[in-house]
Write a protein that binds this ligand. Structure first.
Ligand SMILES: Nc1ncnc2c1ncn2[C@@H]1O[C@H](COP(=O)(O)OP(=O)(O)OP(=O)(O)O)[C@@H](O)[C@H]1O
Ligand SMILES: O=P(O)(O)OC[C@H]1O[C@H](OP(=O)(O)OP(=O)(O)O)[C@H](O)[C@@H]1O
Length: 296
């Protein structure tokens, strides 16, 4: 472990936040959870509004290494780099943010010339993910060697490699370079990882659990909306039957006994079917509102 400045107060948690692709979504998540960060554009040590937490911005690959070495306690990183670096970390939260697929891809021309598959000869595969690529070569029983890339992997074929292994989000970089997916090694997303020892320390564990709870509450709230609907007493039961909710809906009598107001946190993606169904089952005055946080 690197030398520590003993004159500085030891933080309870040393948190690593990602620079690069994953930064925006992670910073938005923290902001929605009410966690403020103060930093200048070139300052990699922002101040965080969580007592006892010290923050540093690092590239995700380095976050995995620092967590593995134990010089950081918790940090956000992609599952792909945790797998590539074979790091023994504990995943404490999968945010599901910035999902990517780690894929093998080859030039369309090459595949077309070999009945849609890879040629049966020695292949050169370019990738930043050398370990995972070597594992894939073994799993697929290929005769291949890996050339390590440091970005711009898609430009290697056809002259400098036969195919590539790289992450793909929208697929537009593969498309722009005439590459077609021939295999999927894994899927990845932004996750919060901890060094195993952190969870053995009760104070640190409590701080991690609290952070995970508030972040999860934001993710949960993003996936749901609050639906409020009025209904007459004779149709209450049939309306409640078509209303998906977390546990039981809240039912309140309307003024002058004219019916009920029903309220439930509903998964956002069922709205297109649920709203018409509520109307069909006697619902009126339907109001849908966004949620900020849900703690079950
Ligand atoms: N659209 C995306 N493109 C690339 N990596 C992404 C994307 N979305 C999420 N990630 C994840 O981000 C991590 C890599 O982050 P990073 O910002 O360092 O990417 P990079 O390609 O090395 O960036 P840079 O182009 O700045 O070198 C990986 O875990 C990867 O899975
Ligand atoms: O599927 P897409 O939405 O096109 O995104 C995936 C691409 O984005 C990243 O590249 P980046 O722009 O970071 O350049 P790099 O390869 O040089 O790191 C990644 O390495 C892929 O090449």
């Amino acid at each position: 472990m690197p030398a520590r400045d003993e004159t500085q107060e030891t933080p309870l948690l040393r948190l690593a936040l990602p620079k690069g692709h994953m930064k925006t979504a992670v910073f938005d998540l923290l902001a929605e959870a009410g966690i403020r960060l103060h930093h200048g554009s070139r300052n990699y040590r922002p101040k965080i509004s969580l007592e006892g937490v010290e923050v540093k911005l690092l590239k995700p690959q380095n976050i995995v290494e620092m967590l593995h070495l134990g010089s950081r306690d918790i940090g956000f990183a992609g599952a792909d780099w945790v797998a590539e670096l074979d790091a023994e970390l504990v995943e404490v939260l999968d945010t599901g943010l910035d999902p990517v697929r780690l894929v093998a891809a080859a030039p369309r021309e090459l595949l077309d010339a070999h009945d849609g598959g890879l040629p049966d000869r020695h292949l050169v595969i370019a990738s930043e993910y050398v370990r995972l690529t070597e594992q894939w070569i073994e799993d697929e029983g290929l005769d291949a060697s890996v050339v390590k890339s440091f970005g711009a992997t898609e430009v290697f074929p056809p002259e400098d490699a036969d195919c590539i292994v790289d992450n793909s989000a929208t697929g537009s970089t593969l498309e722009a370079n005439d590459l077609e997916v021939v295999g999927e090694l894994m899927t990845s997303s932004t996750r919060l990882y901890a060094h195993p020892d952190v969870l053995e320390d009760p104070d640190k564990k409590e701080a991690v659990d609290r952070l995970v709870m508030v972040l999860r509450s934001v993710l949960e709230a993003r996936a749901r909306v609050m639906v409020e609907v009025n209904v007459t007493a004779d149709r209450l039961d049939e309306l409640v039957d078509v209303l998906p909710c977390m546990r039981e809906p809240t039912i309140s009598p309307l003024h002058s006994q004219s019916g009920y107001a029903v309220k439930a946190a509903v998964p956002r993606d069922v709205l297109p079917t649920v709203i018409p169904e509520l109307k069909e089952h006697g619902g009126t005055d339907i109001v849908v509102t966004s949620l900020a946080q849900i703690v079950p």
